[in-house]
Ligand binder design. Structure first.
Ligand code: NAD
Length: 242
């Protein structure tokens, strides 16, 4: 059966690139849910709404007969604690409730690598790494972790299949935060100091690769399980927090 997609946050940097990818591969049913409309593709239905309001998400799900939600919405960096708890945690729980109530089959959630960041070096870690006791950049990272937990805990509810993707920094065309922010630092002449010894490493991913991860996750959520030997390979001893 062909999928019907709802990209939440589809007016944003990543969300809109996901929309473009879905259209480019010929998907006929693509809708966007966002508080702001920034793009006006003729073949994309736009729903203006807030993820903290269940009736608004349910309306979009029902009207577009949605089978797969890709939830990328989140407030930008640098806002107060309250807004992150409200949108990232309560809003994501509202999306989950609407998805479960309306029998949506798949939910792909954009989390963040920041869910694991406690200010110490993280090298070669993956999804087996436990959450840290305290996250760095408190509200944003902590609320992304809480939202991610809720998404994963909803797996199986009324047939809903869920997955969370954790990008680190994302760059590419349409970036509204990271590189514009770096540029502003240079424009403001705020480059006269450095943190660390100038050997710091940081992880960034090109936006289309992050899009690819989301699409693969959506496509594979209901795929048959891989052969047993691949599952054994994937179930290595969990990495412990050091
Ligand atoms: P963005 O700000 O460009 O897009 C987010 C979109 O969400 C915006 O269009 C915004 O209007 C919408 N939105 C915000 N609050 C909403 C609400 N209450 N209801 C409905 N829509 C709402 O951000 P982005 O850079 O595209 O990030 C997308 C996702 O990727 C976010 O979940 C973010 O946490 C995650 N992420 C981003 C980066 C990065 O470097 N950009 C890194 C890791 C994770």
């Amino acid at each position: 059966m062909p999928e019907s997609y709802l990209v939440i946050g589809g007016s944003g940097f990543l969300g809109h690139r996901i929309v473009e990818f879905l259209l480019a591969r010929g998907e006929a049913a693509v809708a966007v849910f966002d508080i702001t409309q920034r793009h006006f593709e003729k073949n994309v239905t736009f729903y203006s709404g807030d993820i903290t309001v269940e009736s608004e998400i349910s309306n979009a799900i029902q009207k577009s007969n949605v089978t797969c939600i890709i939830h990328t919405a989140s407030p930008p960096h640098g806002l107060g604690t309250k807004v992150y708890w409200h949108v990232n945690v309560e809003g994501t729980k509202t999306v989950i409730a609407a998805a479960v109530a309306n029998g949506v089959r798949k939910l792909v959630f954009t989390s963040s690598a920041g869910t694991l960041f406690d200010g110490t070096e993280l090298i070669d870690c993956d999804e087996r790494m436990p959450y840290p006791k305290f996250t760095s950049d408190l509200a944003y990272n902590e609320t992304k972790a809480k939202a991610e937990e809720a998404v994963l805990a909803a797996n199986g509810k009324n047939g809903l299949l869920t997955v969370a993707i954790r990008p680190a920094g994302i760059f590419g065309p349409g970036d509204r935060q990271m590189f514009p922010g770096f540029r502003q630092v240079i424009v403001n002449g705020q480059t006269g100091f450095q943190i660390g010894d100038n050997t710091n490493l940081w992880d960034v991913t090109y936006v289309d690769n992050v899009v690819h991860a989301h699409i693969l996750a959506a496509d594979k959520l209901d795929a048959p399980l891989p052969p047993a030997e691949e599952l054994i390979e994937a179930s290595l001893t969990p990495i412990s927090a050091s």
